[in-house]
Ligand binder design. Structure first.
Ligand code: NDP
Ligand code: HEM
Length: 477
């Protein structure tokens, strides 16, 4: 057997005894000079960091993106060129539950991927659904409050959820997906991922295309009914972690087909719906998905906390050739995530090994708590810019083509004149009779104890999608 490493303090001094406190006589008291014990207890007090305000419970692994389709006419991003292979980290999650929540609970699943590209990190922070509950970021904190605990009862509140949803008809699309089969996958390996927002791509000659990203599971869609999930949760609260960890550990690498839908920049104004509205999909018939490549997961983390809990995904992490869109929700997320990371992980969260780009980092940011990066400009005399000391300089080739924007600054009512029903109807019509019955039952169960006034308001919304939708839920109630 190889020699075991020797125990030390954090400062590297050998620890002679890790079993017995230093005491005056065999019965105590302890001596303050037992600094190894003080250090051990102080460390324990600092083991927990704030959990993510949303998406706290998650499961992650490393993998690779292999690009096999040619989309170079849409983007110059190196990561999306034919033949390029890029290492990645994926983290899947539930939205509402806390860190210790059971895995097999009905909820939207987060689908976050960090691509360590040659041009910096590109983060795709999506969900397993192509749309979202709200379309204006003002409503995101309110929506999340309805999913978290009631301030007085400290219990989850179906009344709050249905009150909010029934007052926000833009939520109908996502609510219908949530209570359909896809709202409770048997594992993260058996669900799709969607970038959900409209993003943009730009090519070598400066043309812009609006884009939707899709990650289609090659393991097939598999779901639990509510009753099956109750049994699973009764047996294990960690069913996703168990499945994902074991599958990858035995080398049975899960895969997703990566696809894009493309809309030329100039055509955005000609659609019957707003292509930047996060509550809408782009119909496949008009925007056929184009194969880009395959995402594979093939390696578990060595240390869950260091590599998955400390992972920081942000929609603000883009690379040349990939960019944002006018989607208001996306614009707000560009602020929100890095702000959350500075609070949750500290100023230098991007230099933690799991978050650090696999390419050189050069800038003039300085100092700050727990700084281990040192001089990053390339020269100690270059600590401001411009300078005459060969410090790092801007790269004009990374400049995005100009984006025309126009319109009077105002607060526009996003509910006025917006069709919140047609696309939900298209989805509802996709369900066979058994899927519809499960949808009705799932909704009815989730509405238990909700005041009748709120239930009736929600039924009115369902009836605008399809009269049978409301009748079906009503019957199940
Ligand atoms: P299509 O018939 O071309 O596409 C329907 C899509 O719906 C499928 O490709 C599949 O998406 C998804 N789907 C199939 N069964 C279910 C299910 N049980 N629960 C949830 N989604 C399912 O029609 P459209 O593109 O016009 O879309 C019709 C409706 O389908 C939309 O209103 C939307 O609700 C839903 N949908 C559309 C997507 C899109 O990007 N167009 C993506 C996902 C859902 P996938 O191939 O991604 O698995
Ligand atoms: C996590 C904010 C909408 C997907 C988070 C976190 C915040 C946040 C603060 C925690 C980040 C952390 O501590 O690391 C917001 C805001 C939104 C929004 C303000 C809207 C205005 C969305 C949407 C999606 C999404 C639309 C998907 C399309 C995720 C995912 C995570 C997450 C997947 C977990 C990332 C991880 O695994 O670490 N969100 N969010 N969010 N959000 Fe959002």
């Amino acid at each position: 057997m190889a020699d075991k490493p020797k125990l030390t303090t954090d400062a590297g001094a050998p620890i002679p005894d890790n079993q017995n406190g230093l005491t005056a006589g065999p019965r105590g008291p302890l001596l303050m000079q037992d600094y190894q014990l003080l250090e051990k207890l102080a460390h324990q007090n600092r083991e927990r960091i704030p959990e993510r305000a949303v998406h706290a419970k998650g499961w992650g692994a490393y993998g690779i993106l292999r690009v096999t389709g040619d989309i170079s006419r849409y983007t110059c991003a190196r990561v999306l060129q034919m033949g390029v292979e890029t290492p990645l980290l994926a983290r899947f999650s539930t939205v509402a539950g806390e860190l210790g929540a059971a895995d097999a609970e009905r909820d939207v699943r987060g689908f976050a991927v960090k691509f360590y590209t040659e041009e910096g990190n590109w983060d795709m922070v999506g969900n397993n659904t192509p749309v979202f509950f709200v379309r204006d970021p003002y409503k995101f904190p309110d929506f999340i409050h309805t999913q978290k605990r009631h301030p007085r009862t400290h219990l989850r509140s179906p009344t709050a959820m249905w009150d909010f949803w029934s007052l926000c008809p833009e939520s109908l699309h996502q609510v219908t997906i949530l209570f359909s089969d896809r709202g409770l996958p048997i594992s993260p390996l058996h669900m799709n991922g969607y970038g959900s927002h409209t993003y943009s791509l730009w090519n070598q000659v400066g043309e812009r295309f609006w884009v939707k990203f899709h990650f289609k599971t090659q393991q097939g869609h598999r779901h639990y009914t509510n009753t099956e999930a109750e049994t699973v949760v009764g047996q294990s609260r960690e069913s996703y972690q168990e499945t994902m960890y074991r599958t990858i550990e035995v080398g049975d690498c899960p895969k997703w087909t990566v696809q894009v839908q493309i809309l030329p920049e100039a055509d955005a104004g000609q659609l019957p719906f707003d292509p930047f509205d996060l509550t809408k999909v782009w119909p496949h018939a008009e925007f056929p998905p184009i194969d880009v490549g395959t995402m594979e997961l093939n390696r578990n983390a060595e240390d869950y906390f260091a590599e998955i809990e400390q992972a920081a995904f942000s929609p603000s992490n883009i690379v040349p050739g990939i960019s944002f869109s006018p989607d208001k929700m996306l614009q707000a997320r560009i602020f929100s995530y890095a702000d959350a990371h500075r609070h949750r992980l500290g100023t230098h969260y991007e230099s933690l090994p799991v978050n650090a780009p696999r390419c050189p980092v050069h800038n003039y940011y300085r100092d700050g708590e727990m700084n281990s990066t040192g001089i990053r400009s390339g020269n100690p005399d270059a600590f401001y810019e411009p300078n005459s000391f060969s410090g790092a300089e801007e790269d004009r080739t990374a400049m995005e083509p100009p984006l025309p924007v126009s319109g009077a600054a105002d607060r526009y009512d996003h509910r006025k004149g917006n069709d919140d029903y047609s696309q939900v109807r298209a989805l509802y019509n996709l369900f066979d009779e058994e899927q519809k019955q499960r949808l009705y039952r799932n909704i009815a169960e989730a509405m238990a104890g909700v005041p009748d006034e709120i239930v009736q308001r929600q039924l009115t919304e369902f009836s605008k999608v399809h009269p049978d939708y409301a009748t079906g839920v009503n019957a199940a109630l």
